[in-house]
Design a protein around this ligand. Structure first.
Ligand SMILES: *Cc1c(COP(=O)(O)O)cnc(C)c1O
Length: 400
């Protein structure tokens, strides 16, 4: 066999392995805008409980208008990285507005949060330094950390005693600077990081604190500014990364927000910023509109909170094992992988779109269906979805 043929055979084997282990991901084709209900190929008006469209802004009329006005006035794209000829006034304006919103000095935009995390650690830390991560941190943080030469430490998920042990270990090893980095909100459980305690520990050991606010910016905290607001440490986080692709409009784009000199250095050295295209003008202007909407009042985040509370209560009173929490991510625990898949499939038959998660995405015997609420869900939709959960739960003997 030719080497090339062997290569393609190897790829096919790899795919086969993914299929037989039940991990092959196929994509459902949607034929409408993102929303509380969607049409998919073959089904219409499915209640959507699996998007990150927390505030319902990805189809909000004001956001669409801002994007389409910008498209006409400022064009489709910049065809340049930021530092050559890719910075419009709106890019700088959005960076200023995000800084104000997040309570930081300055912000740098990236093509995605994945890029923001990918270009962060390598730029700021060297082999003399240490980075300490929660073991369940997002893949983009893990990859970003891999790219830097700092010594790496991991603490058990959300375990403050273990975090302290790692801070001690980094200090004992003689780290010059230590950065603790965590997801503000963890996407599989909706766990909200204990930022006040983490900040306290960082202060005790002289460490910096960074958070990824992808599942928080726009709706966590009383005015939606994020986990730091929720935990009472607004204004005292050293580095905040996040996405424009979830609650804040849902298109794409990411950012890092920090002290001015940190952002300045990222503009000089961060590779995904230097070597990847500018965020499109329509997304930038629409994001400014998003900030206008979320800063004007807390209507949407309040509605999201009420929807999440209503749905959580409803599932609990039906008898489902719901992981406790206060985030609009609601994990419905079924423990067994096959049951998680069957529950998701049956719910889709009944007009409700959710996703089942199982090992290795979540620990073994922790299979679940993850529900995500949006401010755009109506009470009727939520009642219909609960009725479907009741039918499917009884059929599969998950609930009495
Ligand atoms: C979704 C997510 C990202 C990636 O965001 P993109 O802007 O889509 O690249 C990064 N970090 C966390 C914690 C996320 O949940």
């Amino acid at each position: 066999m030719l080497i090339a043929e062997k290569f393609y055979e190897n790829v096919r084997q790899e795919l086969h392995g993914i299929r037989v282990s039940g991990l092959y991901k196929s994509e459902r084709i949607i034929t409408t805008m993102q929303g509380s209900t969607i049409d998919t190929e073959g089904r219409s008006r499915v209640i959507n409980l699996c998007s990150n469209n927390y505030l319902g802004l990805s189809s909000h009329p004001r956001v669409l208008k801002a994007a389409s006005d910008a498209l006409i006035e400022r064009g489709f794209g910049m065809s340049s990285v930021r530092f050559i000829c890719g910075t419009q006034d709106a890019h700088r304006e959005l960076e200023r507005r995000l800084s104000r919103f997040l309570g930081t000095e300055d912000t740098i935009l990236y093509g995605s949060a994945f890029d923001a995390n990918g270009g962060l650690f390598e730029t700021l830390l060297s082999a003399h330094d240490a980075v300490i991560s929660d073991e369940l941190n997002h893949a983009s943080i893990i990859d970003g950390v891999r790219l830097c030469k700092a010594a790496r430490y991991r603490y058990r998920h959300n375990d403050m005693n273990d975090l302290e042990s790692q801070l001690v270990a980094a200090g004992d090893a003689g780290a010059r600077f230590t950065l603790v980095f965590t997801d503000g909100v963890f996407s599989m459980d909706g766990t909200i990081a204990q930022l006040a305690k983490i900040r306290e520990l960082c202060d005790k050991y002289g460490a910096l604190l960074g958070i990824d606010e992808s599942h928080a910016s726009g709706f966590i905290g009383r005015t939606g500014r994020g986990t730091h607001e929720h935990r009472g440490v607004f204004g005292s986080i050293d580095i905040i990364t996040g996405t424009l692709g979830k609650a804040l409009g849902g298109a794409s784009g990411g950012f890092t927000s920090a002290k001015k000199e940190v952002v300045d250095l990222l503009r000089q050295r961060s590779r995904p910023y230097l070597f990847s295209n500018s965020v499109a003008p329509s997304i930038v202007r629409a994001s400014l509109e998003v900030l206008d909407i979320v800063e004007a009042d807390s209507t949407l985040r309040d509605r999201l909170e009420a929807n999440a509370r209503f749905f959580r209560k409803g599932l609990e009173s039906l008898g489902f094992a719901v992981k406790s929490g206060e985030h609009p991510i609601i994990p419905v625990m079924v423990y067994d992988a096959a049951i998680a898949q069957r529950l998701a499939a049956r719910l889709l038959d009944l007009g409700v779109y959710v996703i089942g998660f199982f090992y290795p995405v979540v620990p073994k015997d922790q299979a679940r269906v993850r529900v995500q609420l949006s401010a755009s869900h109506t009470e009727q939709e939520l009642e219909d979805a609960l009725a479907a959960f009741r039918v499917a739960g009884k059929e599969l003997a998950i609930i009495p």
